[in-house]
Design a protein around this ligand. Structure first.
Ligand SMILES: Nc1ccn([C@@H]2O[C@H](COP(=O)(O)O)[C@@H](O)[C@H]2O)c(=O)n1
Ligand SMILES: C[C@@]1(CO)OP(=O)(O)OP(=O)(O)OC[C@H]1O
Length: 160
């Protein structure tokens, strides 16, 4: 059986926050605001998987009203999502992600993000594709107010 899922998320920039995208710590003068570490890329990967297995979204599983998730490491949240996926006997076939950011340049950090995400998903690096784009100075991304990301995932389950 094959199942597809998608995720979309946005976080605004804030002073005095680390910029963490796909688990990579990116040197920059601002980070992203959130209840968790605001790793917008890991959030869309989590949401895409939850969507594919019909389990809602990360807000349902890790509410932003719960102090347990204050400054939470999104790698831990994604690991819990992967556990849920595995309990349902699904595995990731491939995932394709896009980061929308006017700045900073993501390209140098993409191999590191791929490695981290592949480890968390328990797949090979080749099964994880990550792209980055500006929005040509248009909209909230273009005004450098925040970063958006999206992901599409294909899951498979044997003998079903
Ligand atoms: N934050 C970003 C945005 C883009 N890139 C890389 O630059 C290429 C060109 O971007 P355009 O938005 O001008 O099409 C893009 O394909 C990415 O490889 C980036 O690294 N970080
Ligand atoms: C991840 C959670 C939980 O800490 O918080 P945020 O970092 O605010 O992220 P968001 O994508 O807005 O919503 C999901 C939340 O439940």
């Amino acid at each position: 059986m094959l199942r597809i899922g998608q995720g979309f998320d946005v976080h605004r920039f804030a002073e005095d926050r680390d910029l963490i995208i796909g688990g990579a710590h990116i040197p920059y003068d601002r980070g992203l605001l959130g209840h968790s570490d605001a790793d917008v890329l890991l959030h869309v990967v989590s949401d895409a998987i939850l969507g594919a297995i019909g389990e809602g979204d990360i807000g349902k599983h890790f509410p932003d009203t719960d102090e347990a998730y204050k400054d939470a490491d999104s790698k831990v949240l994604l690991s819990k999502v992967v556990e849920l996926m595995s309990e349902k006997d699904f595995r990731v076939i491939n995932i394709d992600c896009t980061i929308m950011a006017e700045r900073p340049k993501m390209l140098p950090y993409i191999p590191q993000m791929q490695t981290i995400i592949a480890q968390l998903l328990k797949v090979e690096i080749e099964q994880v594709n990550i792209k980055a784009t500006t929005t040509e100075k248009l909209g909230f991304v273009g005004r450098e107010e925040g970063i958006a990301a999206l992901a599409v995932v294909l899951l498979g389950k044997e003998n079903a």
